[in-house]
Design a protein around this ligand. Sequence first.
Ligand SMILES: N[C@@H](CCC(=O)N[C@@H](CS)C(=O)NCC(=O)O)C(=O)O
Length: 200
Amino acid sequence: VIKLYGVSSSRALRPLWMLEELGLEYENVPTHFANGDTRTPEFLKLNPNGHIPVLQDGDTVIWESMAINLYLARKYGRGLWPATVAGEGHAFQWSIWAMTELEEPLITALVNRRVLPEAERSEKRAASAAERAAKPLSVLDGALEGRKHLLGDAFSVADLNVASVLVWAKPAGIDLAAWPRLAAWLDGCLSRPALKKSRR
Ligand SMILES: N[C@@H](CCC(=O)N[C@@H](CS)C(=O)NCC(=O)O)C(=O)O
């Protein structure tokens, strides 16, 4: 049985979305990021980093949200996994790019506009993060020129992984109107029924 540790109000949304997309049976072990669940000796055995999400698939334990999704798509998701080695390279590229180029400015804006108690928020930090996000957002918009999805016509693990980071754009108050291709592609990704199911 597949177990996914985490809660959907966290980065665990990413593999929950993937699990729903693949129609797999799994158990969601509720593990919260803010109540000590990620510091118990049992949990630290699974992920010594003390973070959610963690996937347990039989004897295989994987942490890091993007790695979990690449693993799941490779193992179970013929339709979401690229058909060529070049496509696999691009799936890795977009997944690592989402984490290294896109995630930080988005989460900084989100935290300073939504997550922190009001007194601790900084609109200055949020606005500067939103400015930093413009560069990767332009790159993504450019990559979508002439194609429906990141790897071509079909929705794939690359789209899911990048869109699962960009779910933060709206709550972070980042206006995507300047990047119409990106905005349309993101709307398509975020309206997938599997994402709705993963948000419990
Ligand atoms: N790069 C990791 C980050 C994981 C992470 O920071 N998770 C947060 C929740 S979104 C967490 O577990 N925080 C609680 C803690 O560190 O104890 C991933 O994408 O999986």
